[in-house]
Design a protein around this ligand. Structure first.
Ligand SMILES: Cc1ncc(C[n+]2csc(CCOP(=O)(O)OP(=O)(O)O)c2C)c(N)n1
Length: 358
């Protein structure tokens, strides 16, 4: 049995992407896999919000509301190290992507707990600020938009290397107001030097408290790609099936044509911007609730199975928090560790570790 997408993807200028008519179905196995991963991400994030309110953590920011799209993205990434694999330029709401890629919850929770065992930042950065060389995850920056200026760099390496690796860059719609977004479009489309960059915009309609409608006049962010000849689609980011199929089309395009493609996912922001705005639950549509209704109605799961998925995820989240809280905190002497990579410039500026003239 399978269930079809309830809402068809809305096409932007991707109508002419040459990939033909999209299929509309996913298998039962895929649907159940997506559901389990979405639940794990939601349960972990909700436990982390609790951490921020209970003194187990200090600041929370994350991705509830983006699980449908992010889970599909994580499962379709070609994971590995070096230019033969996808390079990943994420933002701070990508927890469901990394869980779907196979990261244990403990790896995410350690950063939230600011434990020295946090492999991404030694407990010195915000949650969801991942960095993982073995999976080509370029360090996530809190400074919005910058990842769009960096992505063409890894895509250039991939283009020269050959193969089918793609540079995936994900940003919020507000971050696209930064010049970095335009730089990405420019660099990715230089005539005869086009690059395999998958530019993804997660559109939740808000930049902290600024509505998108007060900032940009375009109907869709991806419409800005038209001027550069970049095809793209707007997808209902609350519908995992639409997301899966749109991502398949996008990856196929970038992997085979070695050119850029855009996706704009219309998503919800279920707990506000971050713990700084109190992380209150919003009344936005909930991708997980809606998917569960579909699965139950189609008879793909029953209530007992649904509960079992949550119980398993809660057990993993609670034991990850208990473990991370037992672990040591960062030491002052490690504050600069791994913030600088030695290079040829050191010979020119041997004293100042930032490389800048004193
Ligand atoms: C260059 C820069 N300007 C401002 C900020 C403050 N800031 C942090 S998050 C944010 C909103 C970002 O909105 P969007 O890109 O839509 O992503 P969302 O948080 O909605 O997922 C802003 C303005 C920042 N971090 N970096």
């Amino acid at each position: 049995m399978s269930i079809s997408t309830s809402v068809r993807p809305v096409y932007g200028n991707g109508q002419n992407n040459g990939l033909g008519t999209p299929p509309r179905f996913l298998s039962t196995e895929r649907c159940l896999q997506l559901h389990r991963l979405m639940v794990r991400a939601r349960v972990m994030e909700e436990r982390m919000i609790k951490m921020s309110k209970s003194g187990e953590g200090y600041f929370w920011i994350g991705g509830p509301g983006e699980e449908a799209f992010n889970t599909c993205l994580g499962m379709q990434i070609k994971r590995g190290q070096g230019p033969a694999y996808d390079y990943l330029h994420f933002k701070y709401r990508a927890s469901a992507v990394t869980l779907a890629m196979g990261m244990p919850m403990l790896d995410c929770v350690r950063q939230m707990a600011m434990a020295a065992t946090d492999t991404h930042s030694l407990g010195r950065n915000f949650p969801a600020h991942y960095a993982k060389r073995e999976w080509n995850i370029i360090p996530v920056s809190s400074v919005i938009g910058v990842q769009f200026a960096v992505a063409p760099g890894t895509a250039l390496v991939q283009k020269r290397f050959g193969g089918d690796g793609v540079s995936v860059v994900v940003g919020g719609e507000s971050g696209t107001a930064e010049g970095d977004f335009a730089s990405c479009m420019l660099w990715a489309t230089r005539p005869e030097h086009e690059m395999p960059v998958l530019m993804i915009v997660m559109n939740n309609g808000w930049g902290i408290s600024t509505p998108l409608s007060s900032v940009q006049a375009c109907t869709h962010i991806i419409d800005r790609g038209q001027a550069f000849g970049i095809p793209g689609e707007v997808v209902d980011g609350n519908d995992p099936i639409s997301c899966w199929l749109a991502l398949e089309r996008a990856f196929t395009y970038c992997r085979t044509r070695r050119r850029p493609y855009m996706l704009e996912a219309m998503v919800s922001r279920l707990y506000g911007h971050s713990s700084s705005s109190g992380a209150p639950r919003s009344s936005d549509p909930d991708c997980l609730e809606m998917f569960e209704k579909q699965l139950l109605a189609a008879g793909l799961i029953d209530e007992r199975q649904r509960k079992a998925v949550y119980d398993e995820a809660k057990l993993e989240a609670d034991s990850a928090v208990a473990q991370a809280m037992r672990e040591p905190k960062p030491r002052a002497e490690d504050i600069e560790r791994f913030t600088y990579a030695p290079s040829a410039v050191d010979a020119v500026y041997p004293v100042d570790y930032t490389g800048l003239p004193s």
